[in-house]
Design a protein around this ligand. Structure first.
Ligand code: NAD
Length: 410
């Protein structure tokens, strides 16, 4: 195999899928994209921490071989393209990748590389766990009460990119058809966006969320939707959720309607739904009542940032884009260009994304080691600038020093 003029070593061990389950060799080759802006600093820190955790956990029996692929500004400099076909093919072949944040070029015609990757590889679930780590400054009184995993649909909804500018021929034609064929008036100076939500797209996302909840003994799955207003898109998403639950997970789940006022049986995952706007109140007022949240694209974007803010903000927010044949792990934040190459930014989001990657590989023990070491380091109040400025008596340290402190605490 060879991508972007770089050989994958001939003895590389490649991850595969068998009957829908990932098969991971002891020395898998994993693709990485350094990223733009703060990306290279964060990636160096992440690599240091992951290698230490894997070595400490498996004592040489398991190891990761890294293979660099190119996207963003580095790819543009080398190949004149922000995302080469080869980079996409490399992830398709190697199955698992981790990426630093990428700057979206300003100016006409560029699609976000992040969005392109998700669509080209059909990474249909954006998974964002949000929990608080002891010592992290938070704007709420009891941040420890929030511990949710958000499953956001990644390919449909208003984010599918089907939209037309006001006065464009497409918008005008659309408005005309709506008047002529559907007797519906849309103001002539309107821009148009289309919100497709399919049964297929909804059910595969919801299936992944339910599976995760059952396998990880989580307490509940909540379908977050605005179905009281958008009945045939968001409302249908919720309905598909209950159909999926009934058809494929009846034995392991119980719906709120069936439960009534009884306590939840310990061996069953509670399934319920909530209207999107009320969900924003719920995560603030009753955070401990929620666990896994499955939701369409736009809601998922909003709720994951709102939840992240409760537990310390973007510097602590990991994420993954997962499909049936590939997965790309990435921090939720962007490339923060003003901190590029200053060895200053907080690497926790990318390190915690790597922890999700280790869980995905079935190497949970190494992931847990990382999580505990991060918490210990924050409790010791040796942290990067973003946390230090919000904590009394904290010592600000560089990204690289923070990574070293995490390793020392393993
Ligand atoms: P951003 O998330 O890059 O940064 C906003 C601010 O948040 C920064 O100025 C900084 O103060 C803070 N911040 C972010 N990450 C931090 C970290 N790890 N440690 C400490 N502080 C941190 O958002 P932006 O400035 O709107 O976007 C910059 C670029 O990143 C844009 O081109 C945008 O399109 C892109 N972006 C990429 C991704 C991605 O790759 N997944 C996601 C969001 C934005």
């Amino acid at each position: 195999m060879r991508f972007n003029n770089q050989d994958v070593p001939s003895d590389a061990q490649i991850i595969s899928y068998k009957d829908g389950t990932i098969v991971v060799p002891d020395r898998p080759t994993i693709a990485y994209i350094e990223g733009d802006g703060i990306g290279p600093d964060l990636w160096k820190a992440t690599k240091t921490v992951v290698e230490a955790a894997v070595a400490k956990t498996f004592g040489g029996k398991k190891k990761i071989d890294w293979y660099e692929i190119f996207a963003g500004e580095k790819a543009f400099k080398m190949f004149g393209s922000y995302l080469t076909d080869d980079s996409v093919e490399a992830i398709r072949n190697l199955k698992v990748a981790i990426k630093g944040p990428l700057t979206t070029p300003v100016g006409g015609g560029f699609r976000s590389v992040n969005v392109s990757l998700r669509q080209l590889l059909d990474l249909y679930a954006c998974v964002r766990p949000v929990r608080w780590y002891k010592g992290v400054p938070s704007p709420v009184k009891e941040p420890q009460k929030l511990n949710v995993v958000i499953y956001r649909e990644n390919t449909e909804d208003l984010y599918a990119g089907i939209e037309w500018k006001k006065d464009s021929p497409e918008a005008k034609k659309f408005i005309e058809i709506m008047k002529r064929d559907f007797n519906t008036n849309i103001r002539p100076d309107s821009g148009i966006g289309v919100k497709p939500i399919s049964e297929f797209g909804s059910r595969r996302l919801i299936r992944m969320a339910l599976k995760f909840a059952i396998e990880n003994k989580r307490r509940s799955v909540t379908f977050m939707h605005k179905g009281n207003i958008m009945k045939y898109t968001e409302g249908a998403f919720k309905d598909y959720g209950y159909v999926e639950t009934k058809e494929n997970f009846a034995a392991q789940t119980i719906t709120e309607a069936d439960l009534g006022s009884n306590p939840r049986p310990k061996d069953k995952v509670l399934v319920n739904d909530r209207i999107a706007d009320s969900m924003f109140q719920q995560v603030l007022l009753r955070p401990d009542e929620y666990d896994v949240i499955a939701t369409p694209n736009l809601n998922g974007d909003y709720i994951s940032d709102a939840c992240a803010a409760q537990v310390g903000g973007l510097g602590m927010a990991p994420g993954a884009n997962i499909g049936d044949n590939a997965a790309v792990f990435e921090a939720t934040h962007g490339s923060a260009p003003k901190y590029a190459n200053l060895d200053k930014a907080n690497p926790c989001s990318l390190i915690l994304s790597a922890k999700m990657m280790l869980d995905h590989l079935g190497w949970q023990a190494a992931g847990t080691l990382i999580e505990n070491a991060i918490e210990k380091t924050i409790i010791q109040k040796t942290v990067t600038y973003d946390l230090a400025r919000q904590m009394d008596g904290a010592k600000e340290i560089a990204t690289s020093a923070f990574a070293k402190a995490i390793v020392d605490n393993m």
